[in-house]
Design a protein around this ligand. Structure first.
Ligand SMILES: [Zn+2]
Length: 570
């Protein structure tokens, strides 16, 4: 493998506390090494006047599996205006908000990303999720199985059987090659099977007679019982409705009193995702307003919570979520086509196209709320950039989100471009916010922070010797800041170089190598649990449409696994 010496770049690395100093970095055998240890034959890369960071890590996106694919086949128009690119090194690319798996890998890599977490894997369809992960080039990936509406989990938690809940989740993570515990509209998606929903954390789930609050607290305890690398990852109740911020505050408060087992360096017990969709005030669309400050006041005071933003990018996109009742609500609002799927004993999903228009006041306010969350965040190690791809916009717009975060001038230009900018200014705080996120904070929000929240900080998210050699070099000169806002967007759209596991995979914004992607999953060992295995057998025989043997994701689906083994037997 080629050895490299990256010279004279401005390094931003929160792991080592390096804030733009000029520092040389060596790469050998897939690892970062000290510049003095590099052999004379190493290939030199001139990074003078450029920004050097670790590979970026995506903590929440919908990039693989059945609902993404439903989006692809029922929205052929998504490919219409995005003609397919092809080069000698790459496979054909297509799609905008729901790109093909090839385009997904390439686009992340071009932006300097080396990891993405698929945020909602229906356990029953985990083979499909892994098939798409397998075919997505370059980037490492993991997937979070959804468990907040799972019959087993609800029954165990209702009966206060924590050990059984933990044994079942451990079994399920192994069967599905999953990475952690995801919760989507706890109880509400099961209620949707009865045409109902759970709009507060105290609404009982029909038949199961458990509340969302009990599911959330129970799954936090399950997660800590097992000592998983990531915290319980939640999409809360009542997403997308005016006035929902109170439900969000109630949800966040459930983290109180819980302590992380602190395995793998993680310190949080809850990751609250795409908070933009959960930070709404007002009692209807006419009085719709930002409550980002109320939400972030609580998050800032709660060191055991991490969040991601769910930023609106003002694009035409395709929404998709395991929050089945929400998608039905959305299609009633915008009258665009709707797809709905029920996943037997486990979850559901819906898909609806959506156009976030700068001419629609509510959409413009949503845009402001997403950015306000990050601008209010006191600890960038606990607040991460996301668009909940593709729900609030495609991940390919991250460079634009970064521009808005880094430049007040860019925000002002966007506010001016809104049709009803006075109403947007009145319903939000964005116009009064002077903060501009710096490159070091950006490295915290996109590298070191997510790596720590995912329990991967020992090897990922930084550039210290011994860490994995995922390195992004951008055409952005920190000595010439503040840069022109368009220059920021351009720099983060196309890396000068990206190294993945020590291999150069992107050069001058063009993909030159498919790398060797890895699939991350956890293998947790628990005490033998005859009760749970009996319950699994019984439910497969009685209710599932397939048998247990066809449920498991075979080893061959993840030929390059990164398995995190955990012993939770004692
Ligand atoms: Zn999501």
């Amino acid at each position: 493998m080629t050895e490299y010496l990256i010279k004279n770049g401005h390094v931003f690395d929160p792991v080592q506390g390096i804030k733009g100093d000029r520092k040389d970095i060596g790469i050998k055998d897939g690892k970062i090494i000290g510049a003095s240890e590099v052999s004379p034959s190493a290939k030199a890369i001139d990074a003078k006047g450029k920004t050097v960071m670790a590979g970026a890590m995506e903590i929440h996106a919908h990039v693989a599996g059945p609902k993404v694919n439903v989006g692809r086949w029922y929205r052929p128009e998504d490919k219409l205006f995005n003609s397919c690119k092809i080069s000698e090194a790459t496979r054909i690319e297509g799609g905008f908000s729901i790109p093909t798996v090839f385009k997904t890998g390439y686009e992340y890599a071009r932006m300097g990303y080396t990891f993405a977490m698929e945020a909602a894997m229906p356990p029953l369809y985990s083979r499909h999720v892994h098939e798409e992960i397998h075919d997505t080039p370059i980037i490492d990936e993991g997937a979070l199985p959804v468990l907040g509406n799972n019959w087993f989990v609800m029954e165990y938690l209702k009966n206060k059987e924590l050990e059984n809940s933990a044994a079942y989740c451990a079994w399920l993570l192994r069967q599905t090659k999953g990475y952690g515990i995801k919760v989507v509209n706890p109880g509400g998606t099961e209620a949707w099977a009865w045409g109902l929903n759970c709009l507060t954390i105290n609404d009982p789930v029909p038949y199961f007679d458990i509340t969302p609050a009990e599911i959330i607290a129970g799954l936090i305890e399950t997660n800590e019982f097992l000592g998983l690398p990531h915290s319980m990852h939640i999409h809360g109740n009542n997403l997308g409705n005016p006035g929902n911020y109170n439900v969000t505050l109630d949800t966040l408060k459930l983290a109180k009193g819980h302590k992380a087992k602190n395995t793998f360096g993680r310190e949080q017990v809850m990751h609250a995702t795409h908070l933009q969709f959960h930070s709404y005030g007002g009692d209807g669309w006419g009085t719709f307003e930002s409550k980002a400050k109320d939400i972030m006041d609580l998050v800032n005071k709660s060191p055991n919570i991490t969040i991601d933003m769910g930023c609106v990018t003002l694009d035409e996109t395709t929404t998709m979520t395991a929050d089945g009742p929400f998608e039905h609500h959305l299609t009633e609002l915008n009258h665009l086509k709707w797809a709905n799927v029920d996943v037997e004993l486990e979850t559901a999903a819906g898909v609806v196209p959506y156009i976030y228009s700068p001419n629609i006041t509510v959409n413009a306010i949503q845009w402001a709320i997403g950015l306000e969350l990050a601008l209010y965040a006191r600890d960038p190690m606990r607040c991460f950039i996301s668009t909940d791809h593709p729900n609030a916009g495609p991940f390919t717009r991250y460079p634009r989100v970064i521009k808005w975060l880094m430049s007040k001038k860019a925000r002002e230009a966007q506010i001016k471009a809104f049709k009803n900018s006075d109403k947007v200014v009145a319903a939000t705080e964005i116009a009064n916010m002077n903060r501009e996120i710096g490159l070091y904070e950006l490295a915290q929000m996109t590298r070191a922070g997510p790596a720590k929240a995912l329990g991967l900080a020992a090897n990922y998210g930084g550039l210290a010797p011994g860490m994995n050699a995922d390195v992004a070099i951008y055409n952005l000169d920190p000595a010439k800041m503040p840069a022109d806002p368009e220059g920021i967007e351009k720099a983060f759209s196309a890396v000068a170089y990206l190294f993945k596991d020590g291999r150069m995979v992107v050069k001058d914004g063009a993909v030159i190598d498919h790398g060797q992607k890895k699939t991350f999953w956890v293998d947790v060992k628990v005490k033998e649990n005859k009760q749970v295995m009996h319950d699994v057998r019984e439910k497969f025989l009685r209710y599932y449409s397939l048998n247990e043997g066809n449920y498991l994701v075979p080893e061959s689906y993840a030929p390059h696994p990164y398995v995190i083994a955990i012993d939770a037997t004692s």
